[in-house]
Design a binder for this molecule. Sequence first.
Ligand SMILES: Cc1ncc(COP(=O)(O)O)c(C=O)c1O
Length: 398
Amino acid sequence: MAGFDLYGAEEKKEVMEVLETGCLFRYNWEHLRDGKWKARELEGLAKNYTGAKHAHMVSSGSTAVTTALSAAGIGFGDEVIVTPFTYIATIEAILWQGALPVFADIDETLCLSAEGIEKVITDKTKGVLLVHMCGAAADMDALMPVIEKHNLTLVEDAGQALGAFHKGKSVGLFGKSGAFSFDFFKITTAGEGGLCITDDNKIYDYMHQVSDHGHDHIGDNRGMEQHPILGTNFRISELNAAVGLAQMRKIETIRNKNRKNKAYLKNLLSEIEGVEFRAKLDEEGDSATFLNFFMKDTKTAQKVMDQFAKDGVGGFNYWFTNMFHFINQWDHIKNLQTPFKMAIHHLGAPQDYNNLDLPKAQEVIGKLISLGIKASWTEEELKTFGAQMVASIKKAIK
Ligand SMILES: Cc1ncc(COP(=O)(O)O)c(C=O)c1O
């Protein structure tokens, strides 16, 4: 699952190099840094890996989403269609921009559905913040025609999906800008960090400028740089970038181990009657950080989760009642609880957040169980775990 599974000497070596130069800052200071540019080097690897024309590292996945929205021109009062199943950072980023989240329904792909989007489009809709949940791409074949037909600005929150591809194309490259997280739990970690990608030169300029007080990053005298736009500080430090760099070199190893372990467990689960899997998964493009499966209904999924707890079989997420990933738990968002006034308080919410009509999301997330795949499992651990998992499910549904 997470890059920290394979954390080791390589990460320490990269960090030590930065500590030895004493240059902890990603820009300038050429005389101190002894030719070491960790953030820059990491961006080079990210470009190669995703196939993006441009890559820019920032301080977190949350600031990467905010940067991606800013660079794509989404701001005050813009209505942005979004999923009710994501980490809350996605929704926070829209609100922080002064934009207005409009929740749409999802389906068994675990992401927004084309029908869900169509249903909530109005003449005020500016864009879609599409989340590729749980390590794999959304159903781009169905979504892109709707997004193009309505001329919507697409920004991708691929916070959980570095290493995910749709028909060979990396997530994050289908719209104007894409964002990824390098937090502690992701396929590659920097401790804290985020990545923005784009194929568009202008958007790239906005990305690196907006995340560094508008600096144009031209020349070698930071103090004399121009500031063509307003920005803020979402910079990644060289120390975090050093860890991310070592991890980025390992991404294919981690991904391959994930995929092998996931395939083994999925095969075991497919023998159990009534268990179904995430729909329209591009198997080849799957980063395999999660194995997502459906029980018959919410009641059965809850019974299975109870059985896992009783038997001490860990590693499963039941998002339906998890605090952070599903809208049923987002009272603070629905009630717009903030210590200060945001655009949405001034403009009013575009939907009645306490009475949303998202029946499919309730059904799908109710019956969904997600297992975090570990890259570090030995063959023996994997076999033991698989046998325990199957035994618990069978006990629960007998
Ligand atoms: C979909 C999604 N977007 C954004 C984020 C935020 O990333 P970070 O924790 O690096 O701020 C996360 C983190 O889990 C996420 O899952």
